[in-house]
Design a protein around this ligand. Structure first.
Ligand SMILES: CC(C)(COP(=O)(O)OP(=O)(O)OC[C@H]1O[C@@H](n2cnc3c(N)ncnc32)[C@H](O)[C@@H]1OP(=O)(O)O)[C@@H](O)C(=O)NCCC(=O)NCCS
Length: 302
């Protein structure tokens, strides 16, 4: 192949943004968001961000990241695309072969596509990207699960929770927006069950005021919900969690609505509730509808 494979460098950011917006038929990304997916990834490894050029023009891209999760080392294809007129010429395969060999050198055990927790673009392959499905199967991946992104119309709905909050207050439960100095308490709260959400929670504390609401019992954080922790500025909801002892008291619904109200105040028309999960909970409390389905793929390396 006469094309030239290089590593991504900062100077490529704007050309790469334009390239991806052209290569992806069903998504668009800004330079800021792409920056978040690259340098903003807690496991950013520049040697896994591969760019294919035809002379000075970007014609293919594949980013990998590696994460250790519950004792397994995962390698993720986090982003990929090939320019339409260069497809079926083996470009994605060449990028992938290079990435897979780097993953092997890094002792990766399982490779997945797109669903890289902590900082991700989409939680799998949207089957509308049919060439990507065919490509993944051809590369030896197996489909193992589906997940969905839900969409919430932020207008024409009432997100006021003051009455429910008064009721909880009478039971000794305080609900409020987190303050900057609540950060460690929230991180401690999620440490045992939801440590994987730490990065997104930290990202929400970068906003002023923080994009995170909490419920406290005797001053202890017992539930939280957050937004703007991933794909910043897009109306991305989550994560959220309530301590098992306190479920069923309506805290989750209140916390969810507080986040939705924040996003409405930011001027957004819709929120995305990604990588779900309990569709009925969001359907009931926020009239959320399934907007996109994603298929998840994995390949086990020997
Ligand atoms: C998916 C994508 C990256 C594949 O890039 P590519 O460079 O065309 O892929 P390759 O040439 O390496 O394809 C290798 C094999 O995958 C399979 N494949 C790829 N595209 C296919 C298609 N449209 N239909 C059927 N099989 C296909 C074929 O088996 C192909 O081998 P062959 O051409 O010898 O039959 C490209 O289609 C793309 O950029 N799509 C839009 C972006 C995208 O889907 N990103 C992922 C979103 S989750």
């Amino acid at each position: 192949m006469q094309y030239n494979l290089t590593l991504f460098k900062q100077a490529d950011l704007h050309q790469l943004t334009a390239f991806l917006n052209h290569a992806w038929e069903f998504d668009s990304i800004t330079a800021d968001l792409l920056n978040e997916k690259l340098y903003g990834d807690p496991n950013w490894q520049p040697e896994l961000a591969l760019v294919m050029h035809d002379e000075n023009q970007i014609i293919g891209f594949m980013q990998g990241v590696v994460r250790d999760i519950r004792g397994i080392r995962y390698g993720y294809i986090k982003l990929m695309g090939v320019a339409q007129k260069y497809r079926r010429k083996g470009i994605a395969s060449t990028l992938y072969n290079k990435l897979e060999s780097a993953f092997k050198d890094l002792a990766v055990e399982v490779i997945r596509i797109y669903d890289a927790p902590l900082n991700y673009w989409m939680p799998g392959i949207d089957p509308k990207y049919t060439p990507a499905l065919c490509w993944a199967l051809r590369k030896g991946f197996k489909r193992f699960e589906d997940t969905a992104n839900l969409k919430v119309d932020l207008y024409n709905q009432n997100w006021d929770t003051s009455l429910q909050e008064k009721k909880l207050a009478s039971e000794g439960i305080e609900v409020r927006r987190a303050k900057a100095d609540d950060k460690q308490a929230v991180l401690d709260f999620i440490q045992d069950e939801w440590a994987l959400w730490g990065n997104e929670v930290k990202m929400t504390f970068k906003d002023t005021p923080p994009s995170i609401h909490i419920a406290l019992v005797n001053g202890q954080v017992k539930a939280f919900s957050a937004h703007n922790g991933n794909n910043k500025g897009t109306g991305w909801f989550g994560p959220m969690g309530t301590h098992p002892d306190l479920r069923g008291k309506g805290m989750g619904a209140i916390l969810l609505k507080r986040c939705l109200n924040d996003m409405k105040d930011m001027g957004l028309k819709h929120s995305v509730i990604p990588w779900v999960g309990p569709i009925d909970f969001y359907g009931w409390h926020a009239n959320a509808i399934v907007e996109r389905i994603f298929w998840r793929f994995e390949k086990t390396l020997k």
